[in-house]
Design a binder for this molecule. Structure first.
Ligand code: ATR
Length: 296
């Protein structure tokens, strides 16, 4: 008798769990050109998970309100330009790495508590590895001083590179350089280097004719060495910045490498919470049917 009751309860719990659609989103401004919804919806479908992923284009004036109601509406999110730093104050907890970086690009809603992670650093380092063997002792120039730059600079420093940050707003470059013990300057302060990375949004679809570094060809032609050049923008696939670098004879690393690597890590973080999906939720130790159904 007891056995039958338990099986019926498990069946019922599984039904509820399977029908509980989890919602994820990418929060940014602008965000409508992001490929994340297409990528994650395909992955959720293939993994047979009851989840959907949408755009959350949130204007700066609405960001606070959006974040205060986030926990009631979403199981998780990606965070992009310009909120990777601002989002931290709305979270209950952040990972040790995200704290050190000072930027969050992934949120998990764990039973109503919002936890922030940074998968940009993993993505950037995985992308760099496709074009350069070791970063130790290399000279790197990072264009930009926003949330994405923080992850890239953190990863480069940890791997033993010497980093210079160049940014339009000098005060921001100065702050980032102080936080990570680097050099800094304005966008025009190029110097010979082994690695050059764009982390600004300049050149992103639909403004594809611009580059953060219009002098790139001239500057590289007059330098003795050709740096490996990476852009974190993945749309378009080859930005003007990368096109210029390629025609100056540099090896290039396209932004899709970082995009896919960070997305894979993000998916791993989110789906970690699905691991009890096909087992008996009342006996698996997964926290019970209701907790597996409502938390990501
Ligand atoms: P994210 O968190 O995704 O990095 P962000 O914090 O808004 O986004 O940072 C965007 C970066 O792109 C900044 O370095 C920004 O420069 P400023 O600090 O001067 O704002 C840079 N950026 C954006 N638009 C730019 C432009 N038109 N020219 C030069 N740099 C630009």
């Amino acid at each position: 008798m007891h056995k039958f009751v338990v099986s019926a309860m498990v069946r019922e719990a599984n039904k509820i769990y399977k029908s509980a659609m989890k919602k994820y989103c990418v929060i940014g401004y602008p965000v409508k050109y992001s490929l994340s919804p297409r990528l994650f919806n395909t992955a959720f479908k293939k993994a047979k998970l009851s989840a959907k992923y949408e755009f959350a284009e949130v204007a700066p004036g609405d960001f606070g309100k959006f974040m205060r109601s986030f926990g009631a509406n979403f199981a998780g999110a990606n965070v992009t330009i310009p909120y990777k730093q601002d989002v931290i104050k709305y979270l209950d907890k952040i990972s040790e790495e995200a704290r050190k970086i000072g930027a969050v690009n992934v949120i998990v809603n764990k039973k109503g508590k919002l936890i922030g992670y940074n998968t940009d650093v993993f993505g950037a380092m995985a992308a760099l590895k496709t074009g350069i063997k070791s970063l130790r002792g290399k000279r790197a120039i990072v264009l930009g001083a926003g949330g994405a730059a923080r992850a890239v600079v953190y990863g480069l420093k940890k791997a033993g590179a010497y980093v210079t940050i160049l940014n339009r707003t000098l005060a921001r470059a100065k702050k980032l350089a102080r936080d990570f013990k680097c050099e800094f300057g304005g966008l025009e302060d190029f110097a010979p280097c082994d690695i050059l990375i764009n982390t600004t949004s300049v050149g992103m679809w639909p403004n594809i004719k611009v580059t953060p570094f219009p002098d790139l060809k001239k500057q590289i032609a007059s330098a003795q060495k050709r740096p490996v050049v990476m852009d974190i923008i993945y749309r378009p696939h080859i930005t003007k910045f990368l096109r210029d670098a390629k025609s100056a004879g540099c090896r290039i690393i396209t932004g899709d490498k970082m995009f896919y690597a960070q997305a894979a890590k993000t998916f791993k973080i989110w789906t970690h919470f699905y691991r009890f999906r096909n087992s008996d939720p009342l006996t698996s130790g997964g926290g019970g049917a209701s907790s597996t159904s409502v938390s990501p």
